[in-house]
Design a protein. Structure first.
Lengths: 413, 413
């Protein structure tokens, strides 16, 4: 459908009656411009945490299917209240659960993936002139059970709906103004990025710029959905995420990200034999531990050190697994270091610009920051460094690539 | 299905984690006896009131469809938590919304009626050995919207499920021990009734013994579902509601009920013409005012007084309507009296026992209680009296019919 937009409002945007009315007002204004609106809403404020608390009052290990049944009520409350707020303004509106909104998922409870959107009812209600308000974060699987998509899943719901409805744009309303060249709390002259490509956004999202769920970016890229990340507290334009021609991607580095939720794990004296890496990392994968940067150094003859980074939250669990693997491999001790952080540069232009990584290393060296581990992909370079040096490192790299200045305002055109 | 029971637990039975575990324990015990269990659960404690508060924070007039969307979350939370509590005990259980449980209703939001139960999924889960926990009070209409059945609707859900599943009995767990011959707070020697007929229960339910929703009794009578009203705080047997042969119904009066939520309305000097009563009572019905006892007295030539009773809550609304009707009919003034209460006797045997009403009137007269209005049906006699005399009246009538003694313990057999 053309002349239609999908908007997503997060939990803080609907936390109080006042904020909820502000959202209704924004939707009402958009609609008065003759634009159809489908809105996706998250659970209010700390409602999800309150429901989790009630579950843990009952049992330490709630079944995942029942957690989904429980948590889905949070968004259902939000959509009903927002429909009421619109009705009070005389705007015809209808709320729908994820299931009613046609969100069909796989069967993996608490972390389901959207398989399809059946938009028949959505289209019927939109064509009847109603604002359609869909519960984010949830869907229905093949056996008609309620599923949820995991934290941040409402972003994915919104992008998937925009794809299914052929909306002009999917606006993600959040509590920041958009995507910046670096965290403005660390780098005072960080600049709001008017445009980024899907690939860049994916790296930025994964690397700690927590404004958009990576899975939502994947779905957007797959279906070429134009996404705009913007603030629900003002009317400023935000950051547009969309497909960009290679020619447009002449900017080498678009942003510097950092992530403190990192721990470094080192397994010493691993026998240097085929299949060893597979044993280690398949054991971690089976245990649900996400491994990021991996480095293998041949430190002595016939043995090697295996170094990798993980989420700091997974540290205890990863150690258990590694102790078991260590025994099986007859390797040396397992060491962990939580005093690390990750600094990364992201930019699609990097692939055709050799020497970008070297510039980053140089900037860090001049600042006296020691690099512990390096990892690169086609559009990013990540370095593990000591956590206490992270802010200095981010500022140095941000300056090196002159991101705080504004050499190309025309890029948005 | 045989060897299956349906249990319904009200909001106080699941209000705290402790109470919820007690319910799980009761279900687990029943199941360990080899009995299949389908449980229907209400929203926890004051959850429904909390949701209503949130709606009224947004608007004075929430659309009914959106109220249903909102309120249905209360029961969904309860069923998920109860399934978790059973899981913790190692009892396989699955929670279902009303829609998933196959509860199909008409389209009247906030006061929907169950049209059908599609028990396919229920039966599948029960046959898989699971305890099935269904959200009470809610269902789905033809256009796949969520509906609710109105206050007390969980009773009706439970009875309808018992009918659809062919359960052996539908147990309604509440915070009293069952149905008494009179309110034990008023009549200390009131006796728990081991058995009543559907017709008797219907009158008892309608007349203020608030242990079972009248609509639930209607559905039970229609499908011959055996219902037992009992306490969730102990393991005593309660009151069985079931079909009784006329021969069994030799007991003339089974109980005395009273209701203080009553107001008396008198319209003076109504022209004594055909169609007048129709004008008055259709206006009230259109306004949603439920009229109970109606008496018409020919006090003077060609004019009459019209007296009727209503719920006290409807007083202001009823007065507005009556003032309008009074003008149209050119009748005398409208008077209302809130200082009244209703005392009733109920018993299926009454129909074949003339003189029962007279015995009631005699008992009230000996107590010095003046009767203002009388209304009778085949199985009940109701009297409006002054509210301050209601407790004395109930005790006098209870004594008159010797309900506190126990002349027929064998009736339960």
């Amino acid at each position: 459908m053309s002349n239609l937009i999908v908007q997503k409002y997060g939990g803080t945007s609907v936390a109080t009656a006042e904020r909820l009315h502000a959202v209704a007002e924004r939707i009402a204004r958009k609609r008065s411009e003759g634009v159809g609106v489908a809105a996706v809403v998250s659970a209010r404020g700390d409602m999800t945490d309150e429901l989790i608390r009630q579950a843990h009052e009952i049992t330490d290990r709630p079944p995942r299917r029942e957690m989904d049944m429980l948590l889905a009520t949070g968004e259902q409350i939000s959509v009903a209240l927002l429909a009421m707020a619109l009705d009070r303004r005389g705007v015809p509106a209808i709320s729908l659960t994820g299931a009613q909104g046609g969100i069909r998922t796989d069967q993996v409870h608490t972390k389901a993936r959207i398989r399809a959107v059946e938009p028949k009812r959505l289209i019927r209600e939109l064509e009847a002139g109603k604002v359609v308000i869909v519960a984010g974060f949830q869907g229905m699987n093949e056996v008609e059970d309620i599923t949820t998509l995991g934290r941040g899943g409402s972003d994915t719901t919104a992008v998937a709906l925009a794809a299914a409805l052929g909306a002009d744009v999917c606006e993600i309303f959040t509590d920041v103004d958009g995507v910046y060249t670096a965290d403005p709390r660390v780098v005072p002259n960080a600049r709001l990025l008017p445009r980024v490509s899907y690939g860049e956004m994916l790296e930025l999202a994964s690397l700690g710029a927590a404004v958009l769920q990576p899975r939502a970016v994947e779905v957007a890229a797959q279906h070429k959905v134009r996404v705009e990340v913007r603030s629900s507290f003002n009317h400023n334009p935000g950051t547009v995420v969309e497909e960009m021609e290679p020619m447009e991607q002449d900017v080498v580095v678009v942003g510097v990200t950092h992530d403190r939720n990192v721990a470094k794990v080192t397994l010493r004296r691993v026998p240097d034999q085929p299949g060893v890496a597979h044993r280690i990392f398949s054991a971690l994968a089976e245990g649900g531990v996400n491994v990021d940067v991996i480095v293998q150094t041949t430190s002595q003859q016939e043995v090697t050190d295996m170094i990798f980074s993980i989420n700091r939250d997974d540290r205890v669990h990863a150690l258990e697994i590694m102790e078991r693997v260590r025994g099986e491999l007859d390797a040396g001790p397992v060491e962990t270091d939580e005093g690390v952080a990750k600094v990364s540069i992201v930019g699609a232009g990097m692939v055709s610009n050799p020497g970008v990584a070297a510039r980053m290393f140089g900037a860090l060296a001049r600042e006296g920051v020691n690099i512990q581990v390096i990892s690169t992909s086609e559009i990013k370079v990540s370095c593990l460094i000591a956590e206490e040096e992270v802010e200095r490192a981010v500022r140095a790299v941000h300056d090196e690539f002159e991101l705080g200045e504004d050499p190309e305002m025309e890029r948005r055109e």
